[in-house]
Design a protein around this ligand. Structure first.
Ligand SMILES: [Zn+2]
Length: 440
């Protein structure tokens, strides 16, 4: 028994494709697409009413550990730069996490994603006082909502002498678990916070572990000038020279998040490395006041991510386009759609499945919208609809792996009301613990 969608506008973002017709799902995958698709006996038939049906979106860089940040205690001092934003806010929040709040963050972050039609999350997790088992807790929360995930633990030396070793152990444990299960739902990378919070042994440890396990490293790179300056001051080397010394540029499937302050020479290196995928996070960069990444100079589209500020990829695409017009490096119109496509390609490789495509053999991660275009829609003008007219407010139903997670705007994968009520209690404890952590 499968599911057949009829009377739909089938929209694929990258490569852009718009087609009127139907689509059939069976055993979790798309098995037929186009005008001639008809139901088989026992199939559920969904009349899409002429609305857009599209693949689930992929968030290329996020931090669900901040899913319970709304209403958190104010910074004890007003941050005057990015390093102080980390120190006074985010590094206090991550230290306040326990296993319960990590799981709740996974649930709430993934529920928010579902409502935005975001079905896969590439996450970079930190909880320095609850490292062991944290990725499984996070996975458990995400799985309850029903999303897919590519997870890692942000290895760092910033709090305790044995913290990096514990971070590496957690990465290793979870990578091996995901590789053993090979279920297409969760995959893992080796996480590294950023060069400036990792000593030489720890950075080498991340690179060596990733090579040994055959996965990429997920690391923040040049989000702010402090990454380069503190790397130089602490380790006597430029950021990219240090990466070269540790072989980080040779590890396939590696994510460099941000790249806001890459030099021209660094951009050349990135453009020559097939191993490196950049992740751009416009809203977060604006929020932290760190500047604008040279997105137009990247040969391959970077992935698009929210960096923990929700999971609305429409908002992220719109801001990515607008912000580029606001500065000196305008992006070709519609480039953010290629960036969402890159996120889907990257996640597909990690998970060993086909995401972001409406074709036979691709995963049935589908977003049914109420978007019945009020103006002509074609592959040529799809970017205009995505950036100016569509948004999560049109998402009505979400299916992941052929199973409904959201139906007519209601979550069906779990008891959302109960989870949110429980989360409010858990968040209260998280915020109390955070307020007790000093920032000195
Ligand atoms: Zn980040």
């Amino acid at each position: 028994m499968g599911t057949v969608f009829q009377n739909a506008i089938l929209v694929q973002l990258d490569p852009p494709k718009v087609e009127h017709g139907g689509l059939r799902v069976s055993d979790g995958k798309i098995v037929a697409v186009g005008k001639g698709v008809s139901p088989e006996p026992g199939d559920d038939v969904i009349d899409c009413g002429g609305a857009v049906l599209m693949p689930g979106l992929v968030n290329g860089h996020t931090h669900l550990y901040s899913a319970l940040a709304a209403g958190m205690p104010a910074a004890p001092k007003t941050p005057t730069n990015f390093y102080e934003i980390l120190k006074y806010i985010w590094w206090r929040l991550d230290r306040a996490h326990d296993v319960q709040s990590i799981r709740a963050s996974g649930q709430i972050g993934a529920l928010a994603a579902l409502r935005c039609g975001t079905t896969t999350l590439i996450d970079h997790h930190a909880s320095p006082d609850a490292i062991e088992g944290s990725l499984s807790e996070l996975e458990g929360g995400i799985a309850e909502a029903g999303c897919r995930g590519v997870l890692c633990y942000e290895t760092t030396d910033r709090n305790h002498p044995d913290e990096a070793r514990r971070g590496l152990d957690e990465n290793e444990r979870f990578v091996l678990l995901c590789q053993k299960r090979d279920n297409g739902r969760f995959a893992a990378m080796v996480g590294a916070h950023a060069s400036f919070t990792l000593n030489d042994d720890s950075l080498a440890g991340c690179a060596d572990l990733a090579k040994e396990l055959g996965v990429g490293v997920h690391i923040h790179v040049a989000e702010d000038p402090c990454d380069e300056a503190m790397t130089k001051a602490g380790y006597g080397s430029n950021l990219f020279d240090r990466f070269t010394q540790h072989g980080l540029l040779d590890i396939p499937g590696t994510i460099f998040a941000h790249g806001t302050h890459l030099s021209e020479a660094d951009i050349d290196v990135v453009n020559q490395c097939d191993t490196i995928t950049m992740a751009h996070n416009t809203n977060s960069n604006m929020n932290n006041g760190v500047g604008y990444a040279p997105v137009a100079k990247f040969k391959r589209p970077p992935m698009l991510g929210t960096d923990g500020i929700g999971a609305d990829m429409w908002r992220e695409a719109r801001t990515a386009q607008f912000k580029s017009h606001d500065g000196q490096l305008p992006l070709p119109f519609g480039r953010p759609l290629d960036m969402i496509g890159e996120s889907a390609r990257f996640a597909s490789k990690c998970l060993g499945v086909k995401l972001g495509l409406l074709e036979p053999g691709a995963e049935a991660d589908l977003v049914l919208t109420r978007y019945v275009p009020a103006t002509p829609l074609s592959a040529d003008n799809l970017a205009g609809h995505m950036i100016y007219a569509m948004g999560p407010e049109f998402v009505s139903d979400v299916m992941i792996g052929g199973v409904w997670k959201l139906r007519s705007g209601a979550v069906v994968s779990c008891d959302e009301v109960a989870i949110r009520a429980q989360s409010a209690e858990i968040a209260r404890g998280l915020h109390e613990r955070m307020s007790e952590i000093s920032c000195d």
